[in-house]
Design a protein around this ligand. Sequence first.
Ligand code: GTQ
Length: 351
Amino acid sequence: MNAPHPTAQLREQLYRDMDPLNLTPLWEVLHALVPPQPASPCVPALWRYAEVRPFLMRAGAAITAEEAVRRVLILENPALRGQSAVTQSLYAGLQLIMPGEVAPSHRHTQSALRFIVEGSGAYTAVDGERTTMRPGDFIITPSWTWHDHGHEGGGPVVWLDGLDIPMVRFFDAGFAENNTSKSQVVSRTEGTSFARYGHNMAPVRHEERFGATSPIFSYPYERSREALERLERDAPVDDWDGVKLRYLNPLTGGAPMPTMATFMQKLPAGFSGLPWRQTDGAVYSVVEGSGGAVIEGGGHSWRFAFGPRDHFVIPSWHTARFSSERGCVLFSYSDRPVHQALGIHHEERLS
Ligand code: GTQ
């Protein structure tokens, strides 16, 4: 008579014996590998500017922009500490530059966006053209273009850096190089790119300068805000998003960068939005006004009250809804173009 299969023992012995050959059984991990729905390890988080700013200023006293190369405080997802990541695929940081400083010229395969949070008079130079930074402007540094930042005005200037660093690291496709000169030579007059591409027109014989990235370096806030205000006044407001527009690469109609989509939205005064969820986790920068976000996921719930210059992250497939008593303007970015390119983007609008 055979004894009943000592199944558990048999399996444990199998796992131990094959472990040195770097073999592991799928059936122990299958449920987590192929989950019924996204189960992000990220958590929602809010960084209040009033709490962050003193540390930025202390960083300003502790290190120069030149020594730091980029003087940035990274917004790390509380569940991903040590990984320099705000979501699994995205990086966020707040960069400070003081009058007279230069953040030296370099280039890398990672794409970057800048969203100006505080101060005026700093510039970023891309591909020989300088762009002056003003609060609310959205500025692009395309992959593998030389860029340096400088400040010839007065007072500190702070902007949000959004990069695809974790995504490029995931693909092991990161290259970087320092320029031989600290500031790149200016070879184009400021505003040239915007004149060429920023008016629903394009040069008749344009070269595709940056491949999949928008040839517009800077999307000025006054233009975005005007569009949102007009739509709030003259068109139906969306029950989930308020008034929300996406930024465009004018040559493709797609997102301004191959890896990141950017948005600006206005929640009208008295807005109480319906909940939604989407697979692209998103980082938000509060431009003006105040409001609230209720976020739910993994059996937990978060309630954020936000004001100007605050930042927060809504991870993949967390249910969120916005409200605003007095109205507010929100900038956000996510990895949506990658989801869409892979055909794995999902969005649900709940009620
Ligand atoms: O400005 O080039 O926040 O390379 C992180 C990496 C900013 C930049 C960051 C970077 C930059």
